[in-house]
Design a protein around this ligand. Structure first.
Ligand SMILES: C[S@@+](CC[C@H](N)C(=O)[O-])C[C@H]1O[C@@H](n2cnc3c(N)ncnc32)[C@H](O)[C@@H]1O
Length: 323
């Protein structure tokens, strides 16, 4: 095992044995749904940076996989929608984290009358070599783990998620990203990397890793402020701003003209007709915003029409687009 993976193992062993509220800085409120109670210990062990639980992914009792379980909070949230024995598989490489989440699920069972610990199957395993069958998962998720991996390991971890997903299955993720260059001292600091502070990529590179693995549709669902690395506290001359994103990568076939990447752009037709048909699968109804992927945005822009407005990326995509 390379050094940074050993350090990561040690950091999360410690975080399992001694919960550390400040370990990751999630800006998400702990949302609760009717009848769902998140035990305090799960909240204290929330080591993610966003949410991977989106109700619209979770219809029809999907078979779910969650890699890097932490205290188990998101697995409980996924179970809320699934409520089946073995409905969520949780994989983690750190024994102590598996033990801690197992205990937390017992507490959750006592606090939630609908929940049974056996809704979640915990497996020891590595994100780079998942103990899960090919094409068996509808929704896979990871929160704040992949940003830790160096490029070759990240490629393996994404390829593993792709392998286990069924066709059209979705990989839902939350990770820090950073648009500024990070110097080698930060990049090669194993502990900062393990703490999700120095491994993050620019959004474009992160998305490319996913499309290179074969995911034909990408949705950027949220983009939020995450952390600052400042010269007083870190080995950097300039202030570094880190954001976090929530992304879904869908195992759709790769379109011949390249992936559909939704970054929250919309087109609005405001001309004299009732609608415009671009003869490429998009009908723009007058004065109605249509969510479009970046590829379609570029194609519509190239028409040079003065009656179609194309918005900038909002980095908030919530479905409804066509590609
Ligand atoms: C930053 S924590 C995130 C935990 C959880 N996803 C959350 O949002 O609270 C990273 C998690 O990944 C686990 N982990 C670290 N390296 C791993 C690997 N190579 N394979 C699987 N899990 C790993 C850690 O034990 C820890 O549970």
């Amino acid at each position: 095992m390379s050094n940074y993976l050993e350090t990561t193992h040690d950091v999360y062993k410690e975080a399992a044995l001694t919960p550390d509220i400040g370990l990751c800085c999630t800006t998400n409120p702990i949302w609760e749904l009717p009848g769902l109670k998140i035990p305090k210990i799960m909240q204290e062990m929330n080591y993610g940076c966003g949410s991977t639980v989106h109700a619209r992914d979770l219809t029809n009792n999907p078979k779910m996989l969650y890699v890097g379980v932490g205290g188990g909070m998101e697995l409980l949230q996924f179970s809320y929608f699934n409520r089946q024995k073995g409905g969520v598989i949780g994989v983690d490489v750190v024994d102590e984290m598996l033990d801690a989440s197992r205990k937390n699920f017992k507490i959750a069972e006592a606090e939630n009358d609908w929940f049974k610990s056996d809704f979640v199957v915990l497996k020891k395993g590595d994100a780079m070599n998942l103990p899960v069958e090919d094409n068996s998962i509808d929704v896979a998720a990871q929160n704040c783990l992949f940003n830790i991996f160096k490029e070759d390991d990240l490629k393996k971890a994404i390829a593993e998620m792709y392998r286990v997903l069924k066709p059209h299955g979705r990989l839902v993720m939350s990770d820090p990203t950073c648009e500024q260059p990070m110097n080698d001292a930060l990049r090669n600091d194993d502990r900062l990397r393990a703490l999700c502070l120095s491994g993050s990529l620019p959004i474009k590179d992160y998305v490319k890793m996913l499309t290179d693995a074969g995911f034909g549709t990408i949705e950027i669902r949220a983009r939020k402020p995450y952390r600052i690395l400042d010269p007083k506290h870190y080995e950097t001359k300039e202030l570094i701003y880190i954001e976090s994103i929530e992304v879904a990568a869908i195992k759709d076939p790769m379109p011949a003209d390249g992936p559909c990447v939704f970054t929250g752009k919309a087109a609005i037709y405001f001309g004299d007709e009732d609608y415009v048909d671009d003869k490429n699968g998009h009908i723009l109804l007058k004065n109605q915003p249509l969510a479009i992927c970046d590829k379609t945005a570029a194609a519509l822009a190239s028409l040079n029409r003065d009656d179609i407005f194309i918005s900038e990326s909002t980095y908030h995509y919530d479905g409804g687009g066509c590609c």
